[in-house]
Design a protein around this ligand. Sequence first.
Ligand SMILES: [Fe+2]
Length: 231
Amino acid sequence: MDRRTMMGTLAAGMVGAGLSAKGLGSDATAVPKAAGDPLADYVARPFDFATGLPGLSKELLAEHLTLYKGYVTRTNALLKDVLGAEKEGKAGAMVQELRRRLGFEFSGMRVHEWYFEGLAAKAPAAALTHPLHKAIDATWGSHDAWWSAFKATCTMPGIGWAALVKDPVTGRLMNAWFQDHENAIPVGVQPLLVVDVWEHAYVRDFGATGRGKYVDAVKPLLDWSVVEKRF
Ligand SMILES: [Fe+2]
């Protein structure tokens, strides 16, 4: 079953299970609740790429931000549906599948935020005296060697994300692959740098075979001050 068919089946099943499908697949703007409210809706963050980024068209970025907002909207809808079902004592397969779907949508929202906040038109160069870069050198031998391995991660066949992550337990750095948004991730790791390599992130500008060129275009946009703060 492809994703579109699965979404339709899920929405139909939700109605059958007495759950609301409101918001799923729509791009409505979430209304924020009071600060500190643990049940507050998530709100799409205002990343401003209206003037574009060097190497990436403003059309591609606008489309990408629209897709991001969809994840925020669907996350809010699923959180309501799952919690509503739990409060009604529903525990069947439909609720279980909604939880699985929540993992996809929430992770899609959050990982896009990590990606967008790590891009800048005039990205500061890496502060090579920062402990992060010493850790990169200690792990891969050099920054260039790390980048070579990271780019290879970016161009792996599949749908997902390349990530430089840190194990907070030991401090070890790893290049990781986030399948879709939420799978194959070493559990508990701290993301330092993520690059979206879903086709929507590059096909408009670089074509279906242009993932490597897209990664080359993203490289100078990486804001190392953000990455260093996450370390
Ligand atoms: Fe994306």
